[in-house]
Design a binder for this molecule. Structure first.
Ligand code: BEZ
Length: 210
């Protein structure tokens, strides 16, 4: 099944390092960063899972939970967890799905046979509280992900859900935003501070204070 932004993220029940989890029930009302890694006891993956653990409080501020997955069995995940803590300085604080029969990986199209073998590539799904897929990223096995970017996208998605805005290239929280093309400039000046019309279709404004 091919997944598209706006689709409902497929539900599943699976064993994890925190016990059996039913995805939609577990995430109930939260944003989720659901990401796959190729294998336990591998170097890039160790750094990625430690980095995700270190972001726990940043994710919590954004009502976001992390969930990892690989096709290794749960015993392997549990045996690997102390290495993540030792190497990165942060104990594992989110569940890793064990998917040895590849059911969830196939549901989310996380196995790309051209990438070497039948382990998962580095897929990322950001899923909103209504279970909708809001972002999909796919990285090769050899390249560790930029988790600052993942937090930045959550900030941008939450900002664009709150107000009729979009975010420009390389936007970071606190920077100026783009007024949605659905809002006239006449209405924009009532809604936003310091509206500047660069082109009729490109109006910058200060992000509404919260
Ligand atoms: C790693 O995590 O280092 C890795 C895993 C599979 C393929 C390449 C790198």
């Amino acid at each position: 099944m091919s997944l598209h932004l706006g689709d409902i993220a497929p539900d599943f029940t699976a064993d994890t390092t925190d016990g059996v989890l039913s995805f939609h029930d577990w995430k109930a009302g939260s944003w989720v960063v659901f990401f796959s890694h190729p294998a336990d006891f591998t170097p890039v993956c160790t750094t990625e899972l430690g980095r995700t653990a270190a972001l726990h409080s940043e994710f919590a501020k954004r009502n976001t939970k992390a969930l990892a997955l690989s096709v290794d069995p749960v015993e392997e995940h549990r045996a690997w967890a102390p290495d993540i803590s030792e190497v990165t300085g942060t104990p594992l604080n989110f569940p890793i799905v064990a998917d040895p029969d590849r059911k969830v990986a196939e549901l989310y199209d996380m196995i790309h046979p051209g990438e070497g073998d039948t382990s998962t590539v580095r897929s990322v799904f950001i899923i909103d509280p209504d279970n909708k897929l809001r972002l999909m990223l796919t990285y090769p096995k050899s390249v560790g992900r930029n988790f600052d970017e993942i937090v930045r996208v959550i900030d941008a998605l939450q900002a664009t859900d709150r107000d009729p805005i979009a975010t420009p290239a390389d936007w970071k929280p606190g920077e100026r935003v783009i007024v949605s093309t659905s809002v006239s400039t006449e209405d924009a000046v009532k809604l936003f501070k310091d509206v500047v019309e660069v082109k009729p279709y490109l109006r910058y404004a200060d992000a509404p204070a919260r």
